[in-house]
Write a protein that binds this ligand. Structure first.
Ligand code: PEP
Ligand code: MG
Length: 958
């Protein structure tokens, strides 16, 4: 397979589907050239395969010859040659990976200029100033990017030249000074490299291509890929393209345009434009841009042509596209297009609108698949509460949501402050890829310069981080800024609203955002798609949480951690009395007290979830967690001394203390040594259910035993549970419904039945392996993937994330943090295997997951693939889980019910979108949905998690 493909190469598949090989930019340039016939400057793409070969073994054999041949073809097509002293061709060399990485890798422009060809360019264009300005830019860019010379060396000379010329405008530096700058820049190069600036275009080209390959592993690119979960192994393609010039004269210009508004999703074109400028000037936000509408007046014919191109692009890509274009002396050239990034609000609106537009006819399955976790998070972002804040500056509303934090003025300072635990707003004149780490650490970003497509705006929007850009009235110094007569110093609180562009000094109170109407429409479609395929429940421990979860679409509770009910101020002393009890009598009295309060808690939860299943887990954590810390009491004993009560607690805490509490007396093991404990909890639950029934409700109860390792252990626990159920049912019979293990407890007042299922968590590798026999005594399984991950890896869930996880991720020893995204090969394999083994004993075994992974989209793919019936996650993740569950169904070939059998697809994704859910379901049952799990599914990246959303497992547990 060749490494180099011309843009008009005739591929067997549509080039836009070949991003793996051509990279996103190369694939779309080829699509625009060879399929759409748009005015694209000719060029060629060096494939990602060449980059991968380079990363393994250096410059690939044969690549020089292929590049030389492609160069000759390009020169023939253009009727010009690189380096020609009379009429030179110039090219740009740009990176272009499979997934867009805005500004993360390198670009070299104006390549092909040398001491001779610059004169040819001057003659051909009759513009010496333009030729020397281009050469100056090229030498500086090449010096910085290819030869690794610090950019400031060139920049400071240029600033000095401007000062000498008495101008602040780049465009006003006179030709003699530009000639002088070229000369000085070349001296800088020679001083740094010991060699003269390369004059041979072939050497220049090879240097630039290699620099792009190298930039794939530059720190900026690596950090970005880690944040976006893009595999490091993909490599980048390199695009070599004939240059066209937006900076030729006032009949030239350059801009970026979107086919609809990327902030709101409204129809109509949108973008920024600069007369007499090169593309980088727009994106860098160095000069203030004009809106695209201004083009209509200054370049009416070009404007009409551009509108026609936008229309064709939308129709062809069936999505909003963003573009870069250049006008060279009145002629329009399309330099780039791609499906555009958008805010959450815009994504939802566009997805819904496009299902209704005849030219696009998106299916509901496609619409659902276009929404990401970040989009949902963005519309759920908080907003400023109330009105009337004193706005000290106003900028562009670049990325929605409000943020409050302390102002820091460099990315390093912002990162350091965030590490100290401070919420941070990063304030910069403008941002560049060098600032990415500070942006990542910040709650929000504020810049004084740049448009809605500037670096700050694009990156923040992509991450769903609030941002206000181009707040021009800001005067930013090293450690403070002033605006509207107010000075904000480093560390002072500020608030920004990325939906309105407002900047406020001090802390503004925030309220949660109200999602747009399309939020419910899209999630409604997601529910239709996943109906009967994958349920979504919530982990909730209080009536309030349960009600909130239900509002967010939860279809029941998958995990009620009852220990949370033990930690209330009024309950802890009772729990301690139970632990410290000396005799049975004392213990029973304490348990009775606990029963009364637990009953109220359960009543509130059952009411909030009336008619939906509520899975209550019996007590799980080691009992010492309810006692004071030994360390604190040791200190107290040595200093102020202990009271009698404290001394008793101290002795108890010492005696319950274990070396490995997570592997000690917890879960069902607690029940074994304190059997009255579980019986008490079951009685409280069943009494609450009986009361609910009596009140006309429909309690659906599932009782879950944690941390079991064997059938015998679960059978014993089940016996306690059944006895307690029978006890509550009183004189009335507690009958089996005929199927092994299903219990019906009769409510005592109206005789109606409460269906109770008794099941277990699968949290240990042994339980997973012995699932076949454990299923003999379980009505359901719920995978506790937090513990299952801990025990499968032998990674302490309370320790490894802080200390070693980042090293493991940096060194590539782990692809993802397994506490965040389930390990598909190890833990995932145990999930698949246990599900299959459990169902081989009991085909109707209900199986879910309630570890943190239940709310993680990439993990949800694994769980759907394993044949699970539902996932359960924290209430605020329920919308994300509903979406991800539907996407998993679509990825496996399911679609919305009304779309079943409705095929209309030129693309593979569309064809699969038309397959009925029921077909996907036929592969279910004991066997996994696909042998390879994740491997068969759509890229995990499409639904990756938002930054900072995950707080480890410990916080969620206790
Ligand atoms: C689990 O282990 O995944 C689980 C849900 O239980 P906990 O986090 O409470 O240990
Ligand atoms: Mg657990």
């Amino acid at each position: 397979m060749p490494y180099v493909f011309d843009f008009d190469h005739s591929h067997r598949r549509p080039p836009m589907e070949m991003k793996d090989l051509l990279g996103g930019k190369g694939a779309n340039l080829a699509e625009m050239t060879s399929v759409l016939g748009l005015p694209v400057p000719p060029g060629f793409t060096i494939s990602t395969e060449a980059c991968r070969a380079y990363m393994v073994g250096g410059w690939p054999a044969g690549l020089d010859e292929e590049v030389a041949r492609a160069r000759r073809r390009l020169e023939r097509a253009m009727g010009k040659e690189l380096g020609d002293p009379v009429d030179p061709l110039l090219v740009s060399v740009r990176s272009g990976a499979k997934f867009s990485m805005p500004g993360m890798m390198d670009t070299v422009l104006n390549l092909g200029l040398n001491d001779q060809s610059v004169e040819g360019l001057a003659k051909q264009t009759d513009d010496e100033r333009f030729a020397y300005d281009s050469y100056r830019r090229f030498v500086a860019m090449y010096g910085r990017i290819v030869l690794g010379i610090p950019g400031e060396e060139f920049d400071s000379l240029f600033e000095a030249a401007k000062e000498l010329a008495g101008t602040s405008s780049d465009a006003k530096v006179p030709t003699e000074l530009l000639r002088y700058l070229v000369d000085s820049y070349q001296q800088i190069v020679e001083r740094h490299t010991g060699e003269p600036f390369p004059q041979d275009p072939a050497a220049q080209l090879r240097g630039a291509i290699e620099a792009v390959f190298r930039s794939w592993n530059g720190p900026r690119a690596v950090a970005y890929r880690e944040r976006e979960h893009i595999p490091h192994s993909l490599g980048t393609a390199v695009n070599v393209q004939a240059m066209v010039f937006g900076n030729r004269d006032d009949q030239s210009g350059t801009g970026v345009g979107f086919t609809r508004d990327p902030a709101t999703g409204e129809q109509g074109v949108y973008g920024d434009f600069l007369v007499n400028a090169q593309g980088e000037d727009v994106v860098a936000g160095i000069r203030n841009t004009e809106p695209l509408s201004a083009l209509r007046r200054s370049f009416p014919a070009v404007y009409r042509e551009l509108m026609d191109v936008f229309e064709r692009l939308e129709r062809h890509y069936r999505d909003m596209c963003d573009t870069e274009f250049t006008i060279e002396q009145g002629k329009l050239w399309m330099l780039q297009t791609r499906v555009g990034k958008r805010t959450g609000r815009a994504a939802l609106k566009m997805a819904v609108d496009m299902t209704r537009e005849p030219k696009i006819r998106l299916t509901r399955a496609e619409a659902v698949s276009r929404i990401t976790e970040d989009h949902l998070a963005a519309v759920l972002h908080p907003q400023f509460a109330g009105k009337g804040h004193t706005v000290i500056a106003k900028g562009l509303a670049a990325s929605p949501g409000a943020a409050v934090g302390r102002a820091y003025f460099t990315a390093d300072d912002a990162e350091a402050a965030a590490r100290r635990g401070e919420p941070v707003v990063l304030v910069r004149t403008e941002t560049s890829p060098e600032d990415v780490h500070g942006m990542l650490a910040a709650e929000g970003v504020l810049t004084a310069r740049g448009g809605l497509v500037s670096h700050a705006a694009v990156v923040a929007r992509g991450w769903g981080k609030p941002a206000v850009v181009g707040a021009e009235s800001l005067r930013i110094g090293r450690h403070s800024f002033t605006a509207g007569g107010t000075t904000v110093a480093e560390g002072d609180w500020i608030s920004i609203d990325g939906s309105s562009g407002e900047v406020v000094a001090g802390k503004v109170e925030l309220t949660p955002a109200a999602p747009p109407p399309e939020f419910d429409i899209v999630l409604g479609w997601a529910d239709e798609i996943r109906k009967g395929a994958l349920g979504v429940r919530a982990n909730a421990d209080t009536g309030e949480d349960a009600a909130n979860a239900r509002r967010l679409g939860a279809e029941g509770i998958g995990l009620c951690r009852t220990e949370h009910m033990f930690l209330g101020e009024d309950r802890l002393p009772v729990v301690r009395r139970m632990i410290l009890a000396e005799g049975e009598e004392e213990e029973r009295a304490a348990l009775e007290e606990l029963r009364a309060v637990q009953r109220e808690d359960f009543a509130a939860i059952l009411e909030a979830m009336d008619g939906l299943p509520v899975t209550v887990r019996l007590l799980d954590p080691p009992l010492h967690e309810f006692l004071p810390s030994v360390e604190e009491l040791v200190v107290k004993e040595a200093t102020t001394g202990l009271t009698d009560e404290e001394r008793t607690l101290y002795e108890a805490a010492k005696s319950w203390r274990e070396a490995n509490p997570m592997l000690g007396t917890r879960g069902v093991r607690l029940g074994v040594i304190k059997p009255g404990l579980y019986a008490m909890q079951v009685r409280a639950l069943m009494e609450a259910a009986r009361d609910r029934l009596a009140a006309g409700g429909h309690p659906v109860v599932e009782i879950m035993i944690p941390l079991t390792v064997s059938r015998e252990e679960l059978a014993l626990a089940r016996q306690w549970v059944e006895e307690a159920i029978a006890e509550v049912a009183g004189a009335e019979e507690a009958t089996s419904d005929g199927r092994k293990g299903q219990r019906r407890a009769r409510g005592s007042r109206n005789g109606a039945a409460i269906e109770v299922k008794i099941g277990t968590m699968i949290e240990t590798p042994r339980a997973a392996l012995r699932a076949e026999e454990i299923a003999e005594v379980a009505d359901f399984f719920s995978f506790g993937t937090n513990d299952l991950t801990q025990m499968t890896f032998g990674f302490s869930r309370d320790d490894v994330e802080g200390r070693m996880m980042s090293a493991y991720l940096d060194k590539g020893l782990l692809a993802r943090n397994p506490f965040e995204t389930v390990d598909p090969d190890g833990v995932g394999e145990l999930v698949r295997l246990a599900t299959a083994r459990g169902r081989s004993t009991r085909p109707d075994l209900k199986v879910g997951v309630c570890g943190e992974h239940g709310g993680d989209p990439a993990s949800i793919l694994v769980f759907y693939d394993a044949g699970l019936d539902y996932v359960s996650c924290s209430p605020y993740r329920v919308p994300v889980a509903r979406l991800a569950a539907a996407q998993a169904v679509v990825a496996a070939g399911g679609g919305a019910p009304q779309e079943r059998g409705r095929g209309r697809a030129p693309s593979r994704a569309q064809r699969s979108g038309s397959r009925p859910v029921s077909r996907a379901r036929t592969s279910r049952g004991p066997a996994p949905r696909s042998a390879k799990g994740l491997g068969a599914s759509r890229p995990v990246k499409a639904v990756k998690r938002g930054s900072g959303a995950h707080n480890g497992t410990r916080g969620s547990r206790h």
